[in-house]
Write a protein that binds this ligand. Structure first.
Ligand SMILES: [Zn+2]
Length: 302
């Protein structure tokens, strides 16, 4: 770029533009580490490394985005095993927290909650573990009909999660949160459940608040959450208040459920950094990193 004005003049001009734009300087983006609490590395992304997003590609995207740890789950579980076992992952500085996906294929999405072979598969995977250590959670699973939270296998898996201290990652509505919690020995007081999207159907903020108060270990993951961001990618006032009311109870995630999400991975993370920058620094840091790291006792400071 030719004929650039001196740095001091450029800074003065930038300050003037900010004042002209909003009357005051807008908050800077959050720049600290990110914990991606909802990541899939599904078969079609890598297909034995000949897919569009082989390991080197996804790790480079995480690195460019400042993502230092991930909850990984995949259909089938081979993608997570691959991420967990590779030296490249360690070299990229990414910590893998492996979850057992309940799906071997797409047909399992609609049947896992009553399919005994899924329960056995979970037991086998838990026994097998990964090169990055034991599985730390179950999911993501979906319930398109909340009543299926009372399916026999759903009930057994919720009880198992509480018993073994596994974290659950569930894509369900608010009604199913109550039903799933009721299926644990502590009635939802002890089980740790990450609510994928904090209700993708847009449960009202007041209802989310009620569930947060009722279940002390409930954590909201914020991808695809309707009503979260407003003008300029900043937090909507109602959600800003909710995040500040429960700063230790929310996490962010990419939800790379289709390859297109991998394609836009950096933009997704940039979007989070924009609204995180709108929060007080300590709350931003918690939601971006600490809450996820604390759930799994990740050591080391980022
Ligand atoms: Zn997902």
């Amino acid at each position: 770029m030719a004929n650039r004005p001196p740095a001091r003049a450029r800074r003065a001009l930038a300050a003037l533009l900010l004042i002209a734009a909003g009357g005051s300087a807008t908050a800077a983006d959050y720049t600290g580490p990110l914990f991606d609490a909802h990541l899939h590395y599904n078969d079609e992304a890598w297909n034995g490394q000949s897919g569009p997003h082989p390991l080197a590609d996804v790790l480079a995207r995480m690195q460019r985005s400042g993502v230092k740890a991930i909850i990984s789950n995949s259909r089938p579980n081979d993608g997570t095993q691959r991420l967990a076992s590779s030296a490249e992952t360690r070299q990229a500085g990414v910590t893998v927290v492996p979850f057992v996906r309940l799906y071997r294929n797409r047909a399992d999405y609609d049947n896992w909650f009553r399919d005994e072979t899924i329960y056995r598969m979970v037991q086998d995977e838990l026994a097998r573990g990964t090169a990055a250590g034991p599985f730390r959670g179950l999911g993501e699973f979906h319930l398109y009909d909340s009543g299926n939270a009372n399916g026999p296998v759903a009930k057994k898996l919720m009880a198992l999660a509480e018993e073994k201290g596994l974290v659950v990652l569930a894509h369900v509505d608010d009604v199913a949160i109550d039903l799933l919690m009721a299926n644990t020995p502590s009635q939802g007081q002890k089980v740790r459940l990450i609510w994928a999207h904090t209700g993708i159907g847009g449960a009202p903020a007041a209802r989310v608040d009620q569930l947060m108060a009722r279940y002390p270990q409930l954590v909201g993951e914020l991808s695809y959450r309707p009503g979260l961001t407003c003008e300029g990618g900043k937090l909507c006032p109602e959600w800003r208040s909710l995040l500040l009311k429960y700063p230790t109870r929310f996490v962010i995630g990419s939800d790379t459920w289709v390859n297109q999400r991998w394609q836009y991975y950096e933009e997704l993370m940039k979007g989070y950094r924009t609204w995180l920058g709108d929060l007080p620094a300590d709350a931003a840091r918690r939601i971006a990193w600490d809450n996820g790291a604390n759930l799994f006792g990740l050591k080391g400071t980022q």
